[in-house]
Design a protein. Structure first.
Ligand SMILES: Nc1ncnc2c1ncn2[C@@H]1O[C@H](COP(=O)(O)OP(=O)(O)O)[C@@H](O)[C@H]1O
Ligand SMILES: [Mg+2]
Length: 268
């Protein structure tokens, strides 16, 4: 190829080739508690993979391994073929984790929340950072929120700001930890559309942790379900609609018995 083409779109596919993720026999213990048990799956470049599972099943811990915030007890996590635990990988592959609670800085405006990482990582001049920040705000329909503070935003806006902040770093890989929890169905649908748009237009590989069956069926190209630290299901939407394993079926569509009220057995 000749000289690389300059593009004014800061989120163009040219700048963000998608990357794949391989989880290979990943086990993780905290002290004597084994939280992830021999988990293996692959996420293809540009794919939307949804990871489901009950609370405490190890979903957030698994995401943290992909961005190198946790190290495997055994097994391996590869991002774009490189060890996720190695510092060089995070220098070579741009990845962003959108935390469940958003993790916005309350003392900073929306604009400054978005500009914080690019400034720290000196990705360019202030004018270039401004272009990226404003573009990310525009993509998420937050143009008018730049000067606002997190406390002034609705839950849905805070989730969008958290996504916009990740987007500013032009990630090749986006990880979303329960992006629709605590949102009403319409806002959840909007977030699902945003995730799908980022994949379609910017070829971002996406791993979405969610309990939301509708969101999963709408955007998930493949789905994994963790239960008690084990991957008990791996398949596509059609397979998710008709799960063979009764444990998976009950997780996806629990029968609520109010005629004969009693608590279902709670797992410890
Ligand atoms: N840093 C940690 N130290 C000890 N235990 C942890 C740590 N992080 C998570 N855990 C435990 O690992 C289990 C899985 O947690 P998590 O991945 O957050 O679940 P979820 O599927 O709800 O995201 C939980 O029992 C949690 O208490
Ligand atoms: Mg979690």
């Amino acid at each position: 190829m000749s000289e690389s083409t300059h593009t004014t779109n800061p989120f163009s596919a040219v700048q963000t080739p998608a990357v794949g993720v391989k989880i290979q026999h990943l086990s993780k213990s905290f002290g004597t508690v084994e939280v992830l048990k021999d988990v293996s799956f692959e996420v293809q470049p540009g794919e939307i993979f949804v990871l489901m599972g009950p609370s405490g099943s190890g979903k957030s811990v698994l995401l943290k391994h992909i961005v190198g915030l946790e190290l495997p007890t055994s097994g391996q996590v590869l991002v774009d073929g490189k060890d996720a635990a190695a510092e060089e990988t995070r220098e070579q592959v741009r990845m962003a984790l959108v935390f469940q609670a958003g993790a916005l800085f309350n003392s900073l405006s929306v604009y400054d929340n978005l500009a914080l990482y690019p400034r720290e990582h000196r990705v360019g001049k202030e004018s270039e950072i401004r272009e990226k920040v404003m573009r990310a705000l525009q993509i998420l329909s937050l143009d008018n929120a730049a000067a606002k503070f997190p406390s002034e935003l609705s839950g849905g806006m805070r989730k969008r700001v958290a996504i916009a902040r990740a987007l500013v770093m032009e990630p090749q890989l986006m990880l979303y930890d329960e992006p629709t929890s605590e949102l009403d169905p319409v806002m959840s649908a909007t977030i699902a559309e945003i995730i799908a748009t980022l994949k379609e237009e910017y070829h971002v590989t996406s791993i979405v942790v969610s309990h939301d069956r509708d969101l999963t069926l709408a955007i998930g190209e493949r789905v994994g379900i963790l239960m008690g630290g084990k991957l008990l299901f791996l398949g596509n939407g059609a397979e998710l609609r008709a799960p063979k394993d009764p444990k998976i079926a009950d997780f996806l569509s629990p029968k609520i018995d109010v005629k004969n009220p009693r608590f279902r057995q709670l797992e410890t």
